[in-house]
Design a protein around this ligand. Structure first.
Ligand code: GTP
Ligand code: MG
Length: 237
């Protein structure tokens, strides 16, 4: 773990040297990680040059989905490991055009346990929880919700069909991660993705200055409020 921390710091410094923000996307299998990254690419691609590292135990289905969008994408197969380690990111980074990127999304391996334990050089962590997974996950897998920068409640369009108490989830999340932002998102039709995109844009401009944005107004993005001011948890429209 100590060694992973050292390599993670090295990756962070490499990325900072290129003024790249790396976002570590974590969540269960099928929570909608690839769908959310796809939606965020749509929302951010005119402002930032985006690359993607697709983590999967096997196969390259998700990498092909993202590459089809014309985004520089590399597949990282862990051959059985349940998480990505910093060493793997360090090894695969040269396969991306680092001089022509501002933002890299890393889709971590689908699970709510080990990915949270390993830093990979990211500047921002996003934890996804989708409505069909159930509203008890923060209590059962607290580290995933403690050691993150924001929570995305994905598949929010499914709220009317599941016995999911969103207020309970947010209350539990704020018990382990006080004041941290959260977003209600439907990655399939894009609802809520704009607010999340502005949150990310604000983090990039805070880290690298307004110049980090190619064409957008990063200052305005930085002022955008996170989900505490977005749709209330009981808004099922
Ligand atoms: N209704 C609804 N379906 C969604 C949403 N987001 C994703 N899906 C669907 O959920 C399924 C899984 O989505 P993916 O994006 O592949 O999930 P993933 O987390 O990348 O899955 P793995 O890579 O296998 O861990 C797909 O059928 C998506 O169309 C959403 O917001 N609403
Ligand atoms: Mg995926």
């Amino acid at each position: 773990m100590d060694w992973n921390e050292d390599v993670s710091q090295e990756v962070r410094e490499t990325l900072a040297g290129h003024k790249i923000c790396m976002v570590n996307v974590m969540g269960s299998p099928g929570a909608g990680k690839t769908s959310m990254i796809t939606a965020l690419i749509g929302a951010l691609k005119d402002r930032f040059r985006i690359g993607v590292i697709e983590g999967d135990i096997a196969g390259k289905i998700d990498a092909e989905r993202i590459a089809d969008l014309g985004i520089p994408t590399v597949q990282l197969n862990t051959d059985g490991a349940c998480h990505i380690e910093a060493m793997s990111i360090r090894a695969i980074l040269p396969e991306l055009p680092l001089d022509s990127l501002d933002l890299i999304f890393v889709e971590n391996i689908g699970n709510l346990v080990c990915p949270a334990e390993f830093r990979i050089g990211e500047s921002l962590r996003i934890t996804l929880l989708s409505i069909p997974e159930g509203d008890d996950k923060v209590e059962k897998y607290p580290l995933m919700f403690t050691d993150t920068d924001c929570l995305v409640l994905n598949k929010y369009d499914m709220l009317p069909y599941f016995d999911f108490d969103a207020e309970r989830v947010v209350a539990n999340y704020h018990t382990v991660n006080p004041g941290a932002p959260f977003f209600h998102v439907n990655s399939r039709d894009g609802e809520g993705v704009g607010e999340l995109a502005e949150f990310i844009a604000g983090k990039i401009s805070a880290a690298f200055g307004e110049d980090a944005a190619l064409t957008g107004d990063a200052t305005a993005a930085g002022e955008t409020a996170p989900a505490e001011e977005a749709a209330p948890a009981d808004d099922r429209s």
